[in-house]
Design a protein around this ligand. Structure first.
Ligand code: 9YT
Length: 132
């Protein structure tokens, strides 16, 4: 059995920070679960273009606020605690931080190795090596 505390990920290579968000990757591909599991904080007032062409992601909002807008149809969805969204069609979207830091729990299938940061098209590449 694997038992971890997110506190032990903070400040390690598995805490990935960008200008718009930070991601604490608590379970990764190397853990053999078939998915990865992260705590992500989206910073207030930020806007991130995301298009996970190689991954499915589900997101559970636990704190703060924000918005997503699906690019294909321009629909906007308010993010607040309790909201869950699933990018079941690899949906391209804008992710916007609100007034308070938005803390979410995310699952990725296939699992991230831990190295991934969005490229200029908002995509995470498939990483084949086991460097994580
Ligand atoms: C909600 C979302 O996709 N935020 C970007 C970071 C991502 N969740 C990650 O890499 O953990």
């Amino acid at each position: 059995m694997i038992v971890r505390n997110v506190k032990d990920v903070i400040g390690t290579k598995d805490e990935v920070k960008t200008e718009n968000w930070l991601s604490r990757r608590v379970l990764l591909k190397k853990d053999g679960m078939g998915f990865s599991f992260h705590e992500t904080v989206i910073f207030p007032g930020t806007e991130t273009h995301i298009h996970y062409q190689n991954h499915l992601e589900a997101v559970w909002v636990v704190e703060g606020d924000g918005e997503i807008e699906t690019i294909a149809d321009g629909k906007k969805y308010k993010l607040e605690p309790g909201v869950v969204y699933a990018l079941d069609k690899n949906d391209e979207h804008w992710l916007r931080g609100g007034k308070a830091p938005c803390r979410v729990l995310c699952v990725f299938n296939p699992p991230l190795t831990g190295l991934e940061v969005h490229d200029e098209k908002g995509v995470y590449p498939i990483v084949e090596d086991e460097a994580a």
